[in-house]
Write a protein that binds this ligand. Structure first.
Ligand SMILES: Cc1cc2nc3c(=O)[nH]c(=O)nc-3n(C[C@H](O)[C@H](O)[C@H](O)COP(=O)(O)OP(=O)(O)OC[C@H]3O[C@@H](n4cnc5c(N)ncnc54)[C@H](O)[C@@H]3O)c2cc1C
Length: 361
């Protein structure tokens, strides 16, 4: 159920519980929602307060399966989509003050949510913060901007440097956080500055050096800062050449990657050193005889072995068990320790590489 917060109305009555599933809350404001009181527990009044104080799109008990490309995950207590950096800062400060877990997401194309969902707030930096402005060789992109759209606009402006991003289905915030990219490149190469909201709820401008970009890593993974805008620099180039490179990248992806079954892209990290010693993860997993191996409804893609596809109704437990099995077999047969690029989100709101959770099974 979606509620635009401006629909909330003020009343002067005491809290009234009409029904076990239906709450009227009268702290400062009133919001009526259909949700499971028992499960939401003690965060509920606070969640209602933040939901109505901030004029952002909010949703109680949303199924997180609708917020990630694997289509897996139970409900969050609250999903909120801020419209600007000020709202992001207010939500961060609020969660900190009330000690409510806060999970930041973009398009959820690199995330595995737990079947139990998230007990706390999930803050989505998405289409509400997706503005892209191009000025000469400088691009300003909102944290929620869609990466293929960023790449397309840079191409139309005759800018080269972002060709490798054309097929990455995430947001600018997620890409910067992951230092994502393809063809052994990372977006960090094009980042001049990043505007963030710190965990203290303060706006800050980071330089490229502050972000400490390394292969699929950035300092943001440890500081927990929220990317609200990125400033990128590109070079002037020939539009036809840039377009050709993008078309070739998309064609290559269509041929190599599974397209019809839900997935999160590459599950395991690759690196130049790994390529040189044992090969890319897909090749290693295939060599270990794991293509098509299935746990529940999660399956190692028959098309590309570094993808795990959801064959319909897969659970996070299915995926984690499969990750554990893949790592064990590759360890034994190839003698290599695979690590996950995909990140697991625990019900307590912690985010870390999924193999760390798989190891606990
Ligand atoms: C079919 C497919 C192909 C893919 N191909 C590639 C590829 O070629 N290269 C590649 O690198 N990746 C690839 N990916 C993975 C994924 O698209 C990227 O990692 C992407 O950058 C993640 O963006 P997102 O918005 O979906 O982030 P999410 O998955 O929502 O989040 C990923 C991480 O970033 C954090 N985060 C998200 N937004 C913000 C923000 N605004 N501020 C701070 N932290 C934030 C989250 O907390 C989480 O830790 C692919 C995925 C799919 C499904």
């Amino acid at each position: 159920m979606k509620a635009y917060l401006t629909q909330a109305r003020r009343v002067d009555a005491e809290p009234i519980f009409k029904h076990s599933d239906f709450l009227v809350l009268t702290d400062d404001w009133v919001i009526m929602q259909h949700f499971n009181l028992l499960r939401t527990g003690s965060y509920l009044p606070a969640l209602c307060r933040i939901a109505v104080k901030i004029d952002a799109l909010a949703q109680f008990n949303p199924p997180l399966a609708q917020q990630n490309s694997w289509q897996i995950g139970g409900p969050a207590d609250l999903l909120i989509e801020p419209k600007n950096a000020q709202q992001v800062a207010a939500i961060v400060r609020f969660a900190r003050q009330e000690q409510i877990p806060l999970v930041v997401i973009g398009q959820g194309t690199n995330l595995l949510f737990d079947d139990a969902g998230v007990r706390g707030i999930v803050m989505k930096i998405g289409s509400q913060m997706a503005q892209i402005t191009i000025n000469g060789e400088q691009i300003l992109a909102g944290g929620g901007a869609w990466v293929p759209q960023l790449a397309r606009l840079s191409m139309r402006a005759g800018l080269t440097g972002l060709e490798h991003c054309i097929g990455i289905p995430g947001t600018v915030g997620g890409l910067v956080m992951m230092n994502g990219g393809s063809q052994h490149k990372g977006i960090g190469e094009n980042i001049a500055r990043v505007r963030v909201v710190t965990t203290a709820g303060e706006e800050e401008m980071l330089t490229q050096a502050d972000c400490a970009f390394a292969y699929r890593q950035s300092a943001l993974q440890t500081t927990g800062a929220v990317v609200v805008q990125a400033e990128l620099t590109c070079l002037s180039g020939d539009i036809a050449t840039i377009r050709r490179a993008m078309v070739a990248d998309l064609r290559n992806r269509r041929q190599k990657f599974p397209r019809k079954q839900p997935n999160c892209g590459s599950v395991f990290l690759s690196s130049a050193a790994m390529h040189a010693s044992v090969g890319p993860p897909g090749q290693i997993i295939e060599a270990a005889g794991l293509k098509g191996v299935r746990v529940g409804n999660a399956e190692v893609s028959r098309q590309h072995a570094n993808f795990i596809v959801n064959r319909g109704g897969a659970t996070s437990a299915d995926v984690l068990t499969l990750i554990k099995q893949i790592r064990a077999k590759v360890r034994t047969e190839i003698g290599f320790e695979l690590e996950c690029e995909v990140r697991y989100v625990s019900p307590e709101g912690q985010i870390f590489p999924a193999h760390k959770q798989a190891d606990l099974l």
